[in-house]
Design a protein around this ligand. Structure first.
Ligand code: C2E
Ligand code: CA
Ligand code: CA
Ligand code: CA
Length: 279
């Protein structure tokens, strides 16, 4: 793809430094990061499997530390979740995504919907629907431009409050994505009852495409059942043409992965919005 090769940031390597080694230190630095707003969102395109048309994007969080540089979410999300700091960080993500959508609109770009990752901890605390509605109103962004990703495992069990919150979010006009599908234990009919709009198949399954017959058969079964139940399917982690060819044959709706584009800073997204077709 055209966007390939851009935005290949050098990330800070946790193992090389002891600065973030202890929980206490990391927590202290995260508090500082929240206070000083050291977070930015990068955006990874999702395109139509057949045509390469840019249809939507995923907002992925990065921590830009003034000394350490860019820090990956895997380095700090787990502690943010266990310490409760994911709640203020999640609020920053919601605000930043809506602000960016408004900025693209103000620049005359025609934005595509942006999905944000919402942690189960945010749902358990409640008020996510309110935060989304407030941010959309604050920036005059139509609800159809914002989408929410929640991992499959986060929705399982009998968490009535999460389900009520998800229903309220969907009632705003915000689409719901099941993230990392295939790694939890839900059934597709369960997800349909929960009115999820999009299934994002975990990249471990994409990696199996073309490698094993079982991998392809499994993916095919997911796609046809999801379609029968009225859900769209996104393949995560698409890295090569062979996978794309199989996904076309399987009628998978959208693809996301390094083959099309890496997560990119907002400034690199504007030209892609104009280009529209990324294959
Ligand atoms: P995720 O939601 O499953 O996001 C997809 C991850 O796969 C991203 O890693 C993305 O950069 C990476 N990826 C995309 N295409 C490819 C590919 O073709 N090959 C491979 N190997 N990887 C690919 P990233 O950005 O490091 O994010 C890691 C995780 O951190 C995310 O996994 C998500 O669970 C979490 N995360 C990211 N942003 C947020 C956020 O704003 N809030 C919360 N709560 N979690 C977030
Ligand atoms: Ca995600
Ligand atoms: Ca995922
Ligand atoms: Ca994941």
């Amino acid at each position: 793809g055209k966007a390939e090769g851009k935005g290949q940031y050098r990330f800070f390597d946790h193992a090389q430094s002891n600065i973030l080694k202890t929980r206490t230190q990391l927590r202290q630095r995260l508090l500082e990061a929240i206070d000083k707003r050291q977070f930015v969102l990068h955006y990874q395109p999702r395109v139509d499997t057949r045509t390469g048309e840019l249809l939507s994007m995923e907002a992925l969080l990065r921590w830009e530390h003034p000394q350490l540089g860019m820090i990956r979410p895997d380095e700090f999300i787990p502690l943010a979740e266990s310490s409760g700091l994911i709640v203020p960080i999640g609020a920053i993500v919601i605000d930043a995504a809506c602000a960016q959508l408004a900025a693209w609109r103000a620049q005359g770009a025609v934005p595509v919907p942006v999905s944000i990752n919402v942690s189960p901890k945010q749902f358990l605390r409640g008020g996510v629907q309110r935060e989304l509605a407030d941010a959309l109103a604050r920036y005059h962004v139509p609800a159809g431009l914002l989408e929410v990703e929640i991992t499959e495992s986060a929705m399982m069990g009998d968490q009535a409050e999460i389900l009520a919150e998800l229903a309220a979010i969907r009632a705003l006009g915000v689409k719901l994505h099941v993230d990392d599908f295939g790694t939890g234990y839900s059934s597709l009919s369960q997800l349909q009852r929960m009115k999820m709009d999009v299934l994002k198949v975990d990249r471990s399954f994409t990696a199996e495409l073309g490698r094993s017959k079982e991998g392809t058969v499994f993916f095919q079964a997911i796609v046809s059942m999801a379609h029968a139940l009225g859900m769209e399917v996104v393949a995560e982690g698409v890295e090569n043409e062979a996978q794309l060819t199989i996904l076309r044959a399987l009628n998978c709706n959208e693809v996301q992965g390094y083959l099309v584009a890496r997560p990119l800073p907002a400034a690199s997204i504007a030209p892609l919005l104009a280009q529209r077709y990324l294959f």
